[in-house]
Write a protein that binds this ligand. Structure first.
Ligand SMILES: Cc1cc2nc3c(=O)[nH]c(=O)nc-3n(C[C@H](O)[C@H](O)[C@H](O)COP(=O)(O)OP(=O)(O)OC[C@H]3O[C@@H](n4cnc5c(N)ncnc54)[C@H](O)[C@@H]3O)c2cc1C
Ligand code: FES
Length: 515
């Protein structure tokens, strides 16, 4: 059978009849050698690059809302007027062209210069110190400079590597499908060019919010005018009788992922403890490397607490089809050499273990400094802690979520980066509330799950479509209100749900088949 020929992309420079584009419609075409999209918003037309700068997501399959276009893969958002990446996870702009309507035809003209959208900050602290070189820390530093902050800017990180693409550490990189140079979020010259002093291996031991000082573990102290705490989370460690430290791996940092790869390269079998997102992604990646993989977890079904039993069963079947063996309702009680004993008496052979038993937010510094804590560092809608001028973002922040009306804390990459961006603007005096709808994704072999909203408990799950066909939307509802939506194979629907939740409309509650 021959593949159907690809439809030629229209040359947008030669003009498109405006009647061919409905409001909100996105047309993919070409401008010279570059792929571009033409978007209509009311009477206006915009032309921008066709691919997202995060992971090259196809923006033609995304959603145009207001003056922006959103990426279908991980919900980055770009300004149609400038190409600027206005919301993480993309940080870099896309190309942008001028358009002109002549009669009934719209033409894409010359390229607009790359945005230098700097404004004079409302407030310019003498120095900003960011504790944490992860998602929130890097996004905040980048946004401070993008917003025109010119003063001293330091990132203090306990890691030995620059801010990295943490989600990839359990996915393509661990599976052997991503090169090492994909992992740093920014090249080394970024920090020098942007005058961001990145101090690696620099764990902060204490902070004094009165004196406005942080003390490093090496004894040095640093003054700050404004501070962002973005210390993330640490994996929960398990005591396994008989286990030698070298046999047990955890996964949080680039170094952890490299250590697992080094181990996997000389191993045949692994036991993964925990059937949460990280445990399962590790299972998938190590299975892709050809290892025999056993997953041991207390849960009845993987991911059940976050996504319900139906999605859990489906995800388990996806892994089982690839040869992963599950031992659910079980726990490891002992490791003797390469023999793992489960509580129920089952013995498994394992060259090493990877533990994915959840994380705890890294709150030690904030606790010692006397900041208000409640399941995380308590922040207000501006992400400011109980100490003025001290902000918190990412996995540590417990914030008032306007969509659920509850204070929540999540462990999502996109939320951490967006909070870093909002905290940066608020450090500069903009008083911008953090109101993004939480979003995360997870990847299991070729299946991506996108989840928008936040549902800690629900009274109804409605499924539209069929999980087995990898084409469905699963809605989590409480009291007749939609709290969250998980989709597989329906990225546009997930974007629409995000937009509806943002505007305060839960959207039509889906009836579907109930679980
Ligand atoms: C393997 C893996 C895969 C993931 N996959 C996904 C995914 O697919 N989708 C998703 O939405 N989320 C995913 N996550 C979760 C996501 O990565 C986190 O939510 C996000 O990294 C949180 O960002 P953060 O900035 O709060 O913390 P982090 O990115 O963890 O950064 C914290 C930083 O603080 C530093 N630090 C801590 N204490 C100190 C101290 N005292 N002094 C100085 N520095 C300190 C750390 O060294 C680190 O640099 C994944 C996480 C992991 C580990
Ligand atoms: S590829 Fe566009 S947000 Fe990730």
């Amino acid at each position: 059978m021959t593949e159907p020929a690809e439809t030629p992309k229209p040359n947008l420079a030669k003009g498109i009849p405006i009647g061919n584009l409905a409001d909100g419609q996105i047309l993919q075409g070409k401008v010279g050698d570059e792929e571009a999209i033409l978007v209509r918003r009311g009477a206006e037309f915009f032309a921008v690059g066709a691919y997202c700068t995060h992971y090259h997501g196809p923006l033609a399959e995304g959603l145009a809302t207001g003056d922006t276009v959103r990426c279908p893969w991980h919900h980055a958002c770009f300004d149609l007027r400038s190409g600027q990446a206005v919301r993480a996870p993309a940080l870099d702009p896309i190309s942008c062209w001028k358009t002109e309507v002549v009669g009934e035809t719209v033409f894409v003209r010359e390229k607009v210069a790359a945005p230098v959208a700097k404004r004079t900050p409302r407030k310019a602290p003498h120095s900003v110190v960011i504790v944490g070189g992860g998602a929130a820390g890097l996004a905040a530093a980048e946004m401070l400079r993008r917003e025109g902050y010119d003063g001293s800017l330091q990132i203090l990180s306990a890691d030995d590597a620059p801010p990295c693409d943490r989600p990839n550490l359990s996915k393509d990189y661990l599976a052997g499908n991503a090169q090492e140079d994909w992992i740093p979020l920014r090249p080394p010259n970024f920090y020098t060019d942007q005058r961001i002093e990145l101090r690696l291996n620099s764990r902060v031991a204490a902070l004094d919010t009165q004196k406005k000082q942080v003390a490093l573990e090496n004894g040095k102290t640093l003054d700050f005018d404004a501070l962002l705490i973005a210390t993330g989370a640490d994996p929960v460690r398990l005591e396994i009788p008989g286990a030698e430290t070298a046999q047990v791996h955890y996964l949080r940092s680039f170094a952890d992922s490299k250590a697992i790869i080094a181990r996997a390269e000389k191993s045949r079998q692994v036991v993964v403890v925990g059937a949460s997102f990280i445990g399962l992604e590790v299972a998938a990646s190590l299975r892709t490397r050809g290892l025999e993989v056993h997953v041991v977890a207390l849960d009845g079904e993987p991911l059940e607490r976050v996504m319900g039993p139906e999605v859990g069963r489906f995800v388990r079947s996806v892994h089982e089809d690839r040869g992963v063996k599950f031992h659910l309702g079980e726990t490891v009680v002992r490791l003797d050499g390469s023999e793992v004993t489960l509580k129920g008496g089952t013995k498994l052979a394992a060259d090493f273990l990877v533990i994915g038993a959840g994380v705890r937010p890294a709150l030690g510094l904030a606790e010692k400094a006397g900041l208000a804590i409640d399941k995380g560092i308590s922040v207000n809608e501006y992400l400011e802690t109980s100490a003025a001028g001290v902000f918190a973002a990412g996995d540590v922040a417990h914030w008032p979520d306007p969509h659920t009306g509850e204070r929540i804390r999540v462990e999502h990459w996109v939320v951490a980066e967006r909070q870093g961006q909002t905290a940066a603007r608020n450090i500069l005096g903009y008083r911008e509330p953090f109101d993004a709808v939480p979003f995360f994704w997870s990847q299991h072999y070729d299946i991506a799950i996108s989840y928008t909203g936040h549902a800690e408990c629900w009274d109804r799950i409605a499924v539209d479509g069929r999980l087995e066909e990898k084409n469905c939307a699963v809605e989590y509802q409480r009291g007749g209100k939609r709290l969250a939506v998980a989709t597989i194979g329906r990225d546009l629907e997930n974007l629409r749900a995000e937009a509806a939740m943002e505007s305060g409309h839960a959207g039509a509650v889906r009836m579907g088949s109930s679980i």
